[in-house]
Design a protein around this ligand. Structure first.
Ligand SMILES: [Zn+2]
Length: 315
């Protein structure tokens, strides 16, 4: 297959993949929409359980108070009955004491009981309100789940049709290139970009002139050495060349250039362009030299290590 055909297929595939990855992400994140509703519901249920425990313990206390009340009442009634058969003053005093104490206890217990029964009634009402709120919240959550499922099924439908389109294109492509291409799109959303005037339009780096020429010849698939995107060459007109180059420079430096050249030296347009291109090439050359220096430095340090090792052996 001609490289231009591959480029066309990759561009088509790129449109599909970008949409596909977007959808996959949406599908992935969709259930999170429910999390706040689910959290609220589980908090309500937790509170309900706590309230219910409180209800049980107050209820148990009410039961206990009722028993105590029965005992106090019995003790008072027994005392009162005993009064009919007393013989001595001492017996009278003892019974009177019993009756008084029992009555006092009875009154106290009745007061407590009243308080606890009121509390029990309040808790019961709160529980009823909570039950209604929980059931309303459950209804809401179910409605949200249903709408989410509808959303998801429409996403999945779209996703399936994208996958079908993808499957029509991918078998014609080299699997290794395809794999790299997919990875780049997942990361950067663009996997194939144009080279204009020797510049990668994906990362805006100036490509080495020789490499840019290889891309221009278009015999193979080439990846940008800086951003790893697949590159195709796009020819630009003469005038556009000039503009595009300037767009790469910062606005500030552009203004500076204008001042320097037009006011003092009186450069004409052509000379100015030439000068800029020369500067561009110089930058590239410098970069190459830097790389070479680094390699040398690495080699040097390796040599030193060797020297040290041999010195140690001698010792
Ligand atoms: Zn690039």
């Amino acid at each position: 297959m001609a490289t231009t055909d591959i480029f066309e297929k990759l561009k088509k595939l790129q449109n599909i993949l970008v949409k596909k990855y977007e959808l996959e992400q949406k599908i992935d994140e969709a259930p999170k929409q429910l999390s706040s509703q689910e959290e609220l519901l589980s908090r309500m249920k937790k509170e309900y359980i706590e309230k219910n425990n409180e209800y049980d313990s107050v209820k148990a206390n009410v039961g206990k108070l009722k028993l105590e009340l029965d005992e106090a009442v019995k003790s008072r009634e027994n005392g009162e009955k005993g009064m009919d058969n007393i013989q001595t003053h001492r017996e009278y005093e003892a019974l009177e004491k019993q009756i008084n104490e029992a009555t006092e206890r009875e009154n106290e217990i009745r007061k407590d009981l009243q308080k606890e029964e009121k509390l029990l009634e309040e808790i019961k009402e709160t529980l009823k309100i909570n039950e209604d709120m929980i059931s309303a919240q459950e209804t809401d959550l179910n409605a949200s789940k249903e709408s989410l499922n509808n959303e998801l099924s429409s996403y999945n439908k779209e996703l399936n049709s994208l996958k079908k389109s993808e499957d029509k294109i991918t078998p014609d492509l080299d699997q290794e290139i395809l794999f790299k291409f997919q990875r780049i799109i997942q990361r950067n959303s663009e996997g194939i970009v144009a080279v204009r005037n020797g510049v990668c339009t994906g990362c805006h780096m100036i490509l080495p002139a020789q490499f840019a020429n290889i891309v221009r010849e278009g015999e193979n698939i080439n990846f940008c050495p800086y951003c790893s995107r697949i590159l195709f060459y796009e020819e630009t007109g003469e005038e556009e060349t000039y503009d595009s180059y300037f767009n790469l420079e910062e606005a500030g430096s552009l203004a500076d250039l204008d001042d320097d050249y037009s006011d003092e030296e009186g450069f004409d347009e052509e000379e100015r362009e030439e000068k800029l291109y020369d500067e561009g090439e110089e930058e590239l050359d410098n970069e190459d030299e830097d790389d070479a220096d680094e390699e040398d430095a690495e080699n040097d340090s390796d040599d030193e290590d060797d020297d040290e090792a041999s010195e140690e052996e001698e010792e």
